[in-house]
Design a binder for this molecule. Structure first.
Ligand code: ZN
Length: 247
């Protein structure tokens, strides 16, 4: 069974469409690591698409902020302004769906899903020290996390923690990682709607545990049309500009 792993969609319908086109006929079930909304111009469209796909989705911090499940005191002014805009745009049925999303960790089809760190859904995992808890404590050998918007991850075996640099080259669509059990993995598929690892292409992953391979994908999409929609919606200019930079 092949699992399509989506994360940090951030209300970017053009990026999500490009991902679903590229992944067509390559997956059997789909999962989402949260941050369905926030930052981008298409909160209703992206939520509707995810609901239609019947994706197993956990909540992210932006989903919690938009639905009022967490305060926005810790958000910077730009992010907070996008949260307020998103809340005003969302149809009540989509707000209700987002507010009912379960928190991670969630075990599903042989993998574990978390938004941030294994022990705290709102914490970032950038460093090996921050990754260690998830590698040791997760109930499955392969755990997917999001939140940082950086594609890649970590693996662990025999008290050795390895940083996995997995990025498709600009000319390539995906890079494959071979899974070698009983090694443990904490993997980030990257962000669909707002990548921050220097590659502006939309990121996702496809996991095939039976064949012990996980593909980390990047797909281009028309960033300028998303930027036009963001400017028309008067979303903050720094959010508009960072899409093109992938930072
Ligand atoms: Zn996010």
């Amino acid at each position: 069974m092949r699992i399509l792993v989506l994360s940090d969609l951030h209300s970017n319908a053009s990026a999500l469409d490009a991902v679903l086109d590229a992944a067509k006929d390559r997956w059997d079930i789909s999962v989402c690591l949260g941050d369905v909304v926030g930052y981008g111009p298409d909160p209703n469209e992206v939520t509707a698409r995810l609901r239609k796909l019947a994706t197993h989705t956990i909540r992210g911090n932006h989903d919690k902020a938009v639905t009022g499940l967490m305060p926005t005191d810790d958000f910077n002014p730009v992010a907070k302004s996008a949260v307020d805009w998103t809340r005003a745009q969302l149809k009540p049925e989509h707000l209700a769906w987002l507010s009912a999303l379960p928190p991670g960790p969630l075990a599903r089809d042989g993998v574990v899903l978390v938004h941030g760190a294994f022990q705290d859904e709102d914490e970032y995992v950038f460093t090996p020290a921050q990754a260690l808890d998830g590698l040791l404590d997760s109930t499955a050998p392969v755990t997917f996390f999001g939140h940082t918007h950086h594609q890649g991850g970590f693996s662990y075996q025999d008290a050795q923690l390895e940083v996995l640099q997995i990025h498709p080259r600009p000319s390539e669509s995906f890079a494959a990682l071979r899974i070698e059990l009983p090694r443990r993995y904490l993997l980030n598929p990257g962000s669909i709607g707002q990548p921050r690892d220097g590659d502006p292409r939309a990121a996702f992953a496809i996991a095939d545990l039976e064949h012990q391979v996980i593909e980390f994908w990047r797909v281009p999409y028309d960033i300028s049309v998303v930027q036009q929609r963001m400017r028309a919606a008067h979303l903050p200019e720094p959010l508009v500009q960072r899409l093109l930079l992938g930072r």
